[in-house]
Design a protein around this ligand. Structure first.
Ligand code: SF4
Length: 353
């Protein structure tokens, strides 16, 4: 579903039927070009389709220009307060900028940004964060933070629309799952513009991944959201991996292999956790497997093949070793010592290399 309108950044479509895009933000500082390029290459390889980069000072314009010219993934300059930074980012060749029109220096400043964006075909992302809601906005909404987020987005959006600027992506983010879900649900009903969704300050590791999955999962399952960022403390590549895991779970994107593994129980014939780890290692060594491939790792032959009957390829422990199955039908058996090799051979058969 998603939004009814679309924008394009660096040839990538956002909204109106395009796949839900996966974003991240550079953690490297802009003045360290080599680190930025390395991080960008890793993000691109992981499937990132838009990378936000903090642009806090005019001094960094040469670095931004170099990054734009060398990056193989579209960039969005993240700007606060100073409209001149937005103008400079566009001069540097950035195809998109993220601004807060409310903290841009006056109506004239905003107008010059919109004029430049129009003539350069630049997309503007606007949006509100739970952390920056004002007392006035909260009071106006009776203290309801989700409604205040919607109001804050509208206060940024209206000045752009009044000036006839519609090449926008909008966002309403909070560290609260419930606030984020409600605010985005309302925005998706009111406006046709592409929505960037995410849970801010979600945390690190499993905490952040689960919080993001809870919020973004609800939204995506209702067809809300055109581009997403999983904000995690730590490695930016993990943000992209988790975003695709969430999309694979919901069924909106299929990038990568989907591993199905049972929790193991008193019937298990193998150490399922160890087998799942080895399977991941084997998968990473094979490469070029079709997106959306289901690979099952099950602890026993009694229930395993049935429980994972839809898997493209699966293995289950048996009394004497393993049984390998395809769509629930046994295709090979062997001793446990032969399992890794047998699995690698079968997976290579599925590889598109
Ligand atoms: S597949 Fe077998 S070992 Fe795994 S949870 Fe089911 S019954 Fe238990």
């Amino acid at each position: 579903m998603g939004s009814g309108r679309s924008v394009r950044i660096g040839g990538v479509q956002f909204g109106d039927g395009a796949p839900v895009r996966v974003e991240s933000m550079l953690k490297s500082r802009l003045d360290d070009t080599e680190s930025c390029l390395k991080e960008l290459a890793e993000l691109r390889e992981a499937g990132c389709e838009l990378v936000r980069v903090a642009f806090p000072s005019e001094d960094l314009a040469p670095s931004l220009t170099e990054l734009v010219s060398r990056a193989e993934v579209p960039l969005m300059a993240d700007i606060h307060f100073n409209h001149k930074l937005a103008l400079t980012a566009m001069e540097c060749g950035c195809g998109s900028i993220r601004i807060n029109p409310g903290n841009m220096s006056g109506a004239e400043g905003l107008m010059s940004v919109l004029d430049a964006a129009k003539s350069n075909g630049v997309v503007i992302r606007i949006g509100a964060n739970g952390g920056s809601l004002s007392g006035r906005q909260l009071d106006a909404c009776g203290g309801d933070r989700a409604l205040a987020l919607v109001l804050a987005v509208e206060e940024q959006l209206v000045p752009l629309l009044k000036r006839g600027f519609e090449e926008v992506i909008i966002s309403a983010k909070s560290s609260s799952v419930n606030e984020t879900v409600l605010a985005n649900t309302i925005l998706s009903q009111r406006y046709p513009y592409p929505l960037h969704i995410g849970i801010t300050e979600a945390g690190a590791g499993m905490d952040g991944a689960v919080k993001s999955a809870a919020g973004l999962g609800i939204l995506l399952s209702q067809g809300i959201g055109d581009t997403m960022r999983v904000s995690l403390t730590g490695d930016s590549r993990t943000e992209v991996d988790v975003a695709y895991m969430i999309q694979r779970s919901i069924g909106t994107r299929k990038r990568g292999v989907n591993i199905i593994s049972c929790p193991g129980c008193g019937r298990r014939r193998v150490d399922v956790a160890n087998l799942e780890r080895r399977t991941r290692e084997i998968l990473s060594g094979v490469g070029n497997l079709p997106d959306g491939l289901d690979v099952a790792v099950m602890g026993c032959e009694v229930n395993g093949p049935k429980e994972a009957a839809s898997a493209d390829i699966g293995i289950a422990g048996t009394q004497n070793g393993f049984v390998m199955f395809k769509k629930g039908v046994a295709i090979e058996t062997g001793g446990i010592e032969a399992l890794d090799r047998a699995l690698a051979v079968r997976l290579k058969e599925l590889s598109t290399a």
